[in-house]
Design a protein around this ligand. Structure first.
Ligand SMILES: [Zn+2]
Ligand SMILES: [Zn+2]
Length: 267
């Protein structure tokens, strides 16, 4: 059986990822308006009514903007850790109690046909997580919004067939950006901020050594990065290690404002 993955949107202007295995369809985050998410799902031929769950990574608005609307309108259960639920408060409006599901980092669970493994990530939110999603022997991991690639993240996602990893910014572009104040720059560059292109490339080398053959660069900054630069940094690092891009490993970019491709893995 195949596993499908589509980064509908990825970036600081909103994150919505789609995954399907067997009869189960999930979203990781719903950080665009409900209408925008429903339209994007229709674009890839998915009826929003058929989504079985929304897995929330953390309470920042680029990850939860449409959670309330999607839950209420399509009666979709929403999964988040207790601390994340507390931090969401009423930012998503009222979500019916029977749709609010509590999860815990490190506690794996089955949601329909998909095995869900939430893991802690280092980010300045209440209790942020990434997810490894299992379909049979296959797995896809998503890890964005992380200040550094921690040992825990590595352990939880190593061996995934496909990984969407944050390639947020170019540190020089960020430092030179006149629109960002010093505090914001410090936050992004910090240990609990966002992953730079270089840190992403470094992490990808470790993951590729662990067997990952398909990587997607995600959560790119609109002002402090470009898709070309992000790709250049990661592919350059791979080529220096003798990894053949396009043969040993596929490298894709999840764009900020264009509905992504549907990727299929099969084993
Ligand atoms: Zn984010
Ligand atoms: Zn965040």
């Amino acid at each position: 059986m195949e596993m499908y993955f589509c980064p509908l949107y990825s970036g600081s202007s909103g994150n919505v990822l789609f995954c399907q295995y067997g009869k189960t369809r999930l979203l990781v985050d719903a950080g665009k308006t409900g209408k925008c998410i429903a339209d994007a799902l229709q674009t890839i031929g998915v009826d929003p009514q058929t989504i079985d769950g929304i897995l929330v990574t953390h309470e920042h608005s680029d990850h939860i903007l449409g959670v309330g609307v999607m839950a209420r309108k399509y009666h979709i259960p929403v999964y988040a850790t207790r601390e994340t639920w507390l931090a969401i408060g009423n930012k998503c409006g009222k979500i019916p109690a029977d749709l609010m599901k509590e999860t815990e980092a490190g506690k794996d669970f089955l949601l329909g046909d998909i095995g869900v493994a939430p893991f802690s990530i280092p980010h300045d939110a209440a209790d942020p997580v990434g997810y490894r999603l299992w379909g049979g022997k296959m797995s896809i991991s998503t890890a964005t919004d992380l200040g550094h690639f921690s040992e825990n993240v590595y352990r939880r996602i190593v061996g995934s067939d496909m990984v969407l990893l944050e390639s947020n910014h170019d540190p020089d572009m960020l430092r030179a950006n006149p629109h960002y104040n010093a505090l914001l720059k410090k936050r992004i560059l910090g240990d609990h901020g966002h992953l730079s292109n270089e840190a992403c490339a470094d992490a990808l080398l470790k993951l590729i050594a662990g067997g990952t053959a398909h990587v997607i660069l995600g959560h790119l900054s609109g002002e402090n990065n470009t898709p070309t630069l992000a790709r250049h940094v990661s592919e350059g690092a791979m080529e220096r290690e003798g990894i053949r891009v396009g043969q040993d490993v596929q490298v894709e970019i999840a764009l900020r404002d264009t509905v992504g491709q549907i990727y299929r893995i099969e084993k």
